[in-house]
Design a protein around this ligand. Structure first.
Ligand SMILES: C[S@@+](CC[C@H](N)C(=O)[O-])C[C@H]1O[C@@H](n2cnc3c(N)ncnc32)[C@H](O)[C@@H]1O
Ligand SMILES: O=C(O)c1cccnc1
Length: 362
């Protein structure tokens, strides 16, 4: 009996120390995005990658590459590299004499620009711009009163208005989403053939039009692409052969096409706004026409997996930056949206851990 009591006390002590450790980790979680954005701004991944060599380098070697005229503190750079190694950005090579060298892991590699000047680094940079950082401390406002938008309170205007008045911000926003979208779209187009037989495809919230370009490259049967977005956004979109950029508001109407595509945009809309847009899509589609949606889909169960954390973390990001009642939704919630707007056929296709294809057919 006594033994058992000691056991319970030991277990409690053990779990309390683990609990404290968890809080200590969370209390300093900010060091992760702040160090990572610093590493990106310093172009450390490019310095190591060197066109594919990925040779392990010491902090001093890296500094010599990113500061060819000298300067900088190798010790402090090594502290960032070491911490980010624990988040699997770098591989650390520790020699017998205690020297540390760093190469890129698979995560580190996707921070290096590709031939189009795109990478996943821009998503990190865009998400930690000063204007967005100003909104984070105001997140509680969304709980107290959801009519108060934290980003608006911090910056006096909604995020998309803020970006569209600042060409550098708008360009970073394009690069942020394109850097994530291009590899993801490639993957999707290899696994999904739902664009076969479509001649005119409308991309609602198509932003720069890069997704349409990729769909049309893979499916030449799509001869007319309509990139539909707010007028301020399409006015800075680049020309793409076969694509017409159309400015407008999907809450009012959506251009007609054989099929409609919406990617990574519904998250920014309230349930009422989703109903408006789905109704407008229904009106613009022919009989049996398809609405092809590609959005984050939340699991029903909450767990501690990277997937669930990435999806729930981004749900809070949307609430804070774009719309307090915009949100990530479950498959069931999407299915209900389709039923409420007259789409009797629904199919979910899990091609990626983050974005899911959802087909709604008339
Ligand atoms: C997060 S971006 C997604 C861009 C692109 N679909 C992608 O996956 O990279 C959302 C886009 O939807 C546009 N958008 C949001 N609400 C809209 C509306 N009511 N009418 C037209 N475009 C809208 C925004 O301007 C923005 O370009
Ligand atoms: O992460 C973003 O910036 C994002 C994602 C979806 C929709 N709007 C913004």
């Amino acid at each position: 009996m006594v033994e058992m009591k000691e056991d319970v006390t030991n277990n409690t002590k053990m779990s309390e120390s683990k609990a404290r450790l968890a809080i200590l980790e969370l209390a300093h979680i900010m060091s992760v995005p702040m160090s990572l954005t610093t590493i990106i701004k310093l172009k450390v991944a490019e310095a190591i990658w060197q066109d594919g060599s990925n040779t392990p380098l010491s902090a001093a070697d890296i500094l010599a590459r990113i500061r060819p005229h000298g300067g900088g503190d190798a010790d402090n750079l090594q502290r960032l590299l070491r911490m980010l190694t624990s988040y699997d950005i770098f591989d650390e090579h520790l020699s017998n004499c205690g020297q540390r060298k760093y190469s890129l892991t698979n995560i580190g590699k996707i921070l290096v620009d590709d031939y189009q000047g795109l990478s996943c680094a821009y998503f990190m940079l865009q998400h930690h711009q000063d204007a967005l950082m100003r909104a984070w401390p105001l997140i509680g406002e969304a709980v107290e009163d959801p009519t108060i938008q934290p980003f608006v309170k911090a910056n006096k205007e909604p995020a998309f208005e803020y970006y569209s008045k600042r060409p550098d911000e708008m360009n970073l926003f394009f690069k942020s989403l394109s850097g994530m979208s291009v590899p993801l779209m490639k993957d999707m187009l290899n696994k999904y053939d739902g664009f076969l037989g479509v001649e005119t495809l409308v991309d609602v919230g198509g932003s720069s039009g890069i997704s349409l370009r990729m769909i049309m490259d893979k499916y030449p049967n799509v001869r007319n692409g309509i990139n539909f977005d707010f007028p301020d956004t399409v006015s800075s979109a680049p020309p793409i052969p076969g694509v017409t950029h159309v400015g407008g508001d999907a809450f009012e109407s959506v251009p007609s096409g054989d099929a409609i595509f919406i990617k990574w945009t519904i998250v920014n809309w309230t349930d009422e706004e989703c109903i408006l847009v789905f109704n407008n899509c229904y009106k613009s589609l022919p009989e049996n026409g398809k609405l092809i949606v590609c959005e984050p889909v939340l699991p029903e169960q909450t767990d501690e997996s990277h997937r669930t954390r990435a999806l729930l973390g981004a749900d809070i990001f949307i609430m804070t930056m774009y719309k307090t009642k915009g949100k990530h939704r479950t498959e069931q919630q999407f299915k209900q949206l389709g039923i409420a707007t007259g789409f009797p056929h629904f199919r979910a296709f899990y091609f990626d851990p983050y974005l899911t294809l959802l087909e709604f057919q008339k």
